[in-house]
Design a protein around this ligand. Sequence first.
Ligand code: PLP
Length: 384
Amino acid sequence: MKPATHVVHQGIEPDRQTGAVILPINLSTTFERDPDGEYSRGYYYSRPDNPTRGVLERCLAELEGGQVGACFSSGSAASMAVFQSLDPGDHVIAPLEAYHGTIKMLRTIGARWGLTHTQVNTTDTSAVERAMTEKTKLIWLETPSNPRLQISDIAAIAEIAWANGAKHAGRIGSHGVLLVCDNTLATPLLQSPLSLGAGAVMHSTTKYLSGHGDVLGGALVFADEKSELAQRVRDVQVQVGAVPSPFDCWLALRGIKTLALRVRAHCDNAARVAAFFDKHPRVEAVHYPGLPGHPGHELATRQMRGFGGLLSFEVPGGQAGAMAMIARLGLIRRATSLGGVESLIEHRASMEAQPSMTPDNLIRLSVGIEDPDDLIADLDQALR
Ligand SMILES: *Cc1c(COP(=O)(O)O)cnc(C)c1O
């Protein structure tokens, strides 16, 4: 099945008992044993496994081309499950620019856990290679990155991970040093890291997958169900229990049904807005991989099937100039987060954990699915 079909049907058959076409929400926390004590129907308690969550996990695994998925109560919980699957003393290579919460997690909780990490400019593949140590177990990638949409070469970095795995056999994950890609900004429809050699993909399903700003959730999808990482993450998920509720899973599945339509609209609108910024005299810089002038444009064209709905831009006057521009907007909401149907805008540096690399005149815009003429009119009057 093509992805646009799979997002609608999600591998679901009508309910056997009632014929209901729409997936029921299964709220039961506990499931009956057979008379012989077995659980032949596969479920026994909702923390390890729940039927509604299972549909979402299989749907995401299918969309990412992986063998198995694991859902969490937030994207951050999914990331932490990966870090918790490492051993104290292990080394992580992380991007200089990424979702600030991921980096903060490595700096604070990861450090207390005994992990060390090096942040490198992952758009420079050789910098990743230089950062490899004997103790490196994980390369964390985020491409496009938050908030400047930097593009890193997944296939080239996967090769580094594989090459080092071959040299140091027996490391976590059946593929040696692991490459995990945060695919939140691209969505499974625009980029397939597993097909490029990554061992796992992470999502904040809070964003495009759910798509309506009403669910917090996260997910991991693994290329190899039997890999040590997949097994350890599953242990963390089941034992620690940072799992999403059945209702949140159902909302995510409902959001995913329109993913193909929404992503197309986000991409089209973002391209329009980026082109508008590119020509605007009151905009000093635009960061959008769909623009030919973006340093990652050529790589994004090869690696992605579209450029996504997030962009950022820089205005004159530093933080004060950025805040004043945002304050003049009428339609576009001043709020953090991204990937919902309504456009959201924020001054990014003041939202990020410090120290932040984000320029203080940078504004991040999650372009929604409104009519682009209305968005551009609002942005234009605020810039002027
Ligand atoms: C939002 C986000 C996260 C964190 O996800 P939560 O669901 O907020 O915990 C991680 N990575 C990226 C790229 C994000 O946008």
